[in-house]
Design a protein around this ligand. Sequence first.
Ligand code: 5GP
Length: 191
Amino acid sequence: MSAEPFIVVLIGPGGAGKGTLARALVAGDHALWLSKSWTTRPVRATEDGSEYHFVDRETFERAIEDDAFLEWAEFHGNLYGTPRPRPPEGAEVLLEIEVQGAEQVVERARESVVFLIVAPSMQQLEERLRGRGDSDEHVTTRLASAPAEMARGQKIARYVIVNDDVQRASGEILSILEELRQQRRTPSIKD
Ligand code: 5GP
């Protein structure tokens, strides 16, 4: 049995509601610590600047050279990265990232559990993307890449969660996590 805290990873196409879900999870479970990512993308009109550590490309690239990231990826022309996590003692790290980054985490982290978050339908995915105030062009690109992101995500995800309602979906994830914690507390004979 391992005492290392889990790294819990939420992946899924833009508009699936990973961000809202991540916030509901940390509000519902204080053992979870949400990592704050770095990005080179501009702040959206609907954001207040606290969503990411917003930096220019040069600063980001310097941080890559300094080996400051657990994972990083280029996504639709912008860089995104998870700084090496420093959670409070015993806390589980929660990441809300895209699939290329999640593949790196699965490869590098000792114990990770990946949840693929999907919207109930492509129509809802589109509505959610439009609701964020992004340009039509941006919405079209993000929608076009969603099926490939989901197919790639399915290869590393242990669970697929339909985000039909944030309270229900976060409840489902929290009960799965509780079950996984229980399993680690009760080692099998092999351990
Ligand atoms: P957005 O620009 O819509 O905020 O995010 C675009 C995508 O980047 C989303 O799928 C989001 O989950 C992902 N993302 C956010 N932070 C990180 C990160 O630190 N690393 C990686 N690989 N992806 C991230």
